[in-house]
Design a protein around this ligand. Structure first.
Ligand code: ADP
Ligand code: ASP
Ligand code: MG
Length: 385
């Protein structure tokens, strides 16, 4: 029988009514002939409130104790959802991360998943139960069986890891927006729903802060070819499909322990123009880049650094053969800025012709401190990267 993993986020299970609505959706999926494993987050703002509670005890709580505390949130929602299912006649059982064998490294508050041992989960599914699993948490494989958490937003990662380990037909991530949109709809109401997006594009969005999917979840979906959907738990609208590559045989051992850095690229065909000590006022950058755009100059990187007081440096890079044009635009704007009443110091243009851009790519860098230091450490040998 085909299996679907469904994941419901905090708002989706934020109240008894919401839990009832989620249980109806699960029962409907069972009626359609699927085995269903469900991953849930803590109810509403529970995790945030637990963090606040710890802060009231001490400003620097021990990470192990934080995991002990935060993992309780998900335990509440799995029990309540299982009760709701059982009350409607649907056999169900709630299981913690440890009970479903989500084994992680011993890195409190940001543990990566090493392995999922789905035997017990499969047994329950095969006996006709819906299995409701606590997201965001795991257990170390040392004798101590320490409870770990995967990092904030980590329930998405639990769900996709389970789907990969169980060979699920797909993983459905239910949340409080209609799917993946062109930007955060809470900030920009005109944001448009995307029907589909590639896993690589989504990985970039998620790594840059699009909270709708945990980047590590997208990485697992891409690596293991897990079909992934993001949908609203409030409607039956089709949501967004994340397009993943065709699954290739790949070991489930060390599930999340991929290389930190996939690739390092460099481009030495770059030049830099900096407009120094311009007034720190909205509109200045738009003025500069507006003119740069009108001159058909492509800008690559933009860095703004603020000085104490009221001034700002705006630096940007372009390919070398556009450097003269870009410099001319900056030189034309500098005297205008100097004459403005809010100018703190004299605006000045600085040009550097010998610039190289080095880019380090890899979703495995997320939650792994020390990569920047390693990359800048020239004494490290090549095979250490
Ligand atoms: P859940 O509790 O269901 O995991 P999250 O709060 O973690 O939900 O993620 C959903 C939120 O992600 C949305 O409420 C929305 O504010 C935010 N978000 C940010 N960027 C996007 C985007 N591009 N598309 C959709 N939602 C986005
Ligand atoms: N409850 C956890 C959090 O708030 C995990 C999750 O929601 O994905 O970060
Ligand atoms: Mg989330």
């Amino acid at each position: 029988m085909a299996l679907i993993v469904q994941k419901y986020g905090g708002t989706s299970v934020g109240s008894p009514d919401r839990i009832q609505a989620v249980s109806d959706r699960i029962i409907e999926t069972v009626r359609q002939g699927y085995q269903v494993a469900v991953v849930v987050s803590a109810m509403g703002k529970t995790t945030d409130n637990l963090v606040k509670l710890a802060q009231e005890i001490t400003p620097a709580p021990n990470r192990r104790e934080m995991d002990m505390l935060l993992s309780t949130g998900e335990q509440v929602s799995i029990a309540l959802l299982s009760m709701a299912l059982q009350a409607k006649g649907q056999p169900a059982i709630s299981l913690t991360g440890a009970q479903v064998g989500i084994v992680t490294e011993a890195e409190h508050s940001r543990a990566r998943i090493l392995q999922v041992k789905p035997d017990r989960l499969r047994r329950h599914l095969d006996s006709g139960q819906v299995v409701v699993v606590a997201g965001f948490q795991g257990i170390t494989h040392s004798d101590d069986l320490e409870i770990t958490t995967l990092g904030r937003g980590g329930s998405d990662t639990s769900a996709v890891a389970l789907a990969a380990a169980l060979g699920a037909e797909r993983c459905e991530i239910y949340t409080d927006v209609p799917g993946i949109l062109t930007t955060d709809p809470r900030l920009v109401p005109q944001a448009q729903l995307l029907e589909e997006i590639t896993a690589n594009e989504m990985l970039e969005l998620a790594s840059l802060g699009a909270k709708v999917l945990h980047p590590r979840a997208v990485e697992i979906a891409r690596n293991y070819g897990v079909p992934l959907m993001v949908l609203s738990s409030w409607s039956d609208a089709p949501g967004t499909k994340v397009l993943v590559p065709t699954p290739q045989p790949r070991s489930l051992d060390g599930l999340e322990i991929t290389k930190a850095v996939d690739a390092v690229e460099f481009d030495s065909d770059q030049g830099k123009v900096a407009l120094l000590r311009v007034p720190d006022r909205p509109g200045i950058a738009a003025q500069l880049f507006g003119e740069i755009g009108r001159q058909q100059v492509d800008v690559d990187l933009i860095i703004q650094s603020i000085h104490e007081g009221n001034s700002n440096d705006i630096a940007f890079t372009v390919v070398k053969n556009l450097l003269k044009q870009a410099e001319a635009v900056a030189e034309a704007i500098a005297p205008v800025l100097r004459s403005q009443p809010t100018a703190v110091e004299e605006a000045e243009v600085l040009v550097e012709k010998r610039i190289a851009k080095i880019a380090i790519a890899g979703a495995g860098m997320i939650g792994r401190p020390g990569i920047a230091a390693n990359c800048c450490d020239l004494s490290r040998s090549r095979d250490q990267y």
